[in-house]
Ligand binder design. Structure first.
Ligand SMILES: [Mg+2]
Length: 254
């Protein structure tokens, strides 16, 4: 679907339209520290504007819900840790089968800090991220360490932007999260900037195969992977471009 067609269908049927958004690099400028991403100042009001008029506005992030909770108005639902936890209707939930991994992740976080130092290790409660930030030598050694820990603990290793993540082996990702929440929505848009967002594009493909109008928006950055941009129906320039898109939708449906 082209972006203008989508905007037309947003205006035609706002109450069944769904907007799903990644956080880092989309609603927040990318930072090169593990815990510095802060929502752009105008975004909360834009999200509320959309939420008031559209069927669903939801953030789907690799970050923990707790990280986002204070920055995102309570009216806006949040899926955190790629679907292991969520805040819906202002109430927090954790996936039961993820909870049993909390101690394993906590122990592994201590081991990662001992190996790589505190500044590059991000403990997310039910998952763990180690950041290599452009240091390709470190990327290799971290990758080996992550693979070894994955084999030892049963946690699943995943590549993310300038980082590796270790997750409970539960088949949840941004795509499954999107599909669970997109029921009866049409059209549906997802906006993301990272490899972790590709499953959300897969989710949109599933919806499209059911006849739902979908739009994959890629957010361009220095680091956005070609695999994401190639699959995007539309590309916007950085979080600023993402904000402009949201404002455009808000103005149209407002
Ligand atoms: Mg992102």
């Amino acid at each position: 679907m082209m972006v203008d067609d989508l905007l037309v269908s947003f205006v035609a049927t706002p109450s069944t339209a769904g907007v799903f958004l990644d956080f880092d690099g989309v609603l927040a400028d990318i930072t090169h520290t593990s815990n510095g991403a802060v929502v752009r100042p105008e975004v909360p009001a834009l999200l509320l504007c959309l939420q008031a008029r559209l069927g669903r506005v939801t953030i789907i992030s690799g970050r923990p819900v707790d990280y986002l909770a204070d920055m995102i108005p309570v009216e806006i639902d949040i899926v955190g840790l790629y679907g292991l936890e969520w805040r819906v209707g202002g109430v927090n939930h954790t996936l039961d089968e993820a909870e049993q991994w909390r101690d394993v992740v906590s122990d592994l976080t201590d081991a990662a800090i001992a190996e790589f130092g505190e500044s590059v290790v991000e403990h997310k409660g039910l998952s763990l991220t180690v950041h290599y930030r452009g240091d390709s030598g470190r990327a290799e050694s971290m990758g080996r360490w992550v693979d070894a820990q994955s084999a030892r603990t049963g946690l699943e290793a995943r590549s993310a932007k300038q980082s590796y993540e270790l997750h409970p082996q539960i088949s949840r990702d941004k795509g499954t999260a999107l599909l669970e929440l997109a029921e009866s929505l049409d059209p549906v848009v997802f906006m993301g900037d990272d490899v972790g967002d590709l499953p959300a594009f897969d989710g949109l493909d599933v919806l499209a195969s059911r006849g739902v109008s979908t739009l994959r928006i890629g957010v361009l950055s220095e680091e956005s992977p070609p695999s994401l941009l190639e699959r995007a129906d539309h590309v916007v320039d950085g979080p600023e471009g993402a904000e402009t898109f949201l404002r455009r939708v808000c103005d149209l449906v407002g």
